[in-house]
Design a protein around this ligand. Sequence first.
Ligand code: NAD
Length: 247
Amino acid sequence: MTSEQTMPVAVVTGAAGGIGLASATRLAEDGFHVWMFDLSAERVNAAAAALIERGLSVSSAGIDLRDEAAVKEAIKALPRLDVLVNNAGIFDVIEFDDLTAADLRRMTEVNYIPVFTVSQAAARRMPEDGRIINIASRSWLGARSIAHYAGSKAAVVGLTRAMALDLAPKRILVNAIAPGVIETAILDAWDEDARVALAARQPIGRLGQPEDIAAVVGFLADPRTGFITGQTLIVDGGASVGTLGGA
Ligand SMILES: NC(=O)c1ccc[n+]([C@@H]2O[C@H](COP(=O)([O-])OP(=O)(O)OC[C@H]3O[C@@H](n4cnc5c(N)ncnc54)[C@H](O)[C@@H]3O)[C@@H](O)[C@H]2O)c1
């Protein structure tokens, strides 16, 4: 019997870098065999090879989550599945007046619809106490110049709450994490001035790191946190509580 058959199995989407890679690392350190999926087979295979080098138990595969048939096949092929982290996402900054319906569709097709398709395929084979963890965004509360992105993440929060109820009879727990500004490649969408301004606005005086989010993924995947479902945990260094100074 391979270790993958005896260990609990987690899937992390968008695991080639940033929050996904940190989450995959954390879950592997916590004793899961982690399947790392990403659009870029080359990057995710390289990331997985580095973790295997460290003695962690992971596998990797290139997959475009917009391809429903590929998603179903990939989830069905797993030996078992205990935890799913829907992390893959895209981001860009577009002023409201320049936005088009195509921008909203593009965001929805990556940031929202796969959260449903992967979760449905996963839930059909998860045991009791399975976990689904969706990476939303604090921008769900409202944010300037990213209405297309914020809307897709608000949809993820709504879907999280609905799935929590639909899957409660199967004892599958569904929660979301809403990160604030986390230092990953996604921030390249902001120019340097905007990034400096973002950092200055953070109440605890720094940007978040991918590990700050991975720690919460580990918490929500832990068998000891079995009574939390339908929640969206904001992890943003306090930015959603209020900005510094002023009224
Ligand atoms: N970094 C932040 O400040 C921040 C804040 C809030 C929420 N988030 C969310 O966190 C998640 C991870 O983002 P990140 O900051 O680590 O950025 P990232 O760009 O490093 O990671 C996103 C990953 O998703 C993958 N991906 C994109 N489209 C895909 C597709 N169609 N199929 C499969 N994989 C695909 C990318 O290849 C990439 O590796 C995203 O959902 C993002 O919206 C990030």
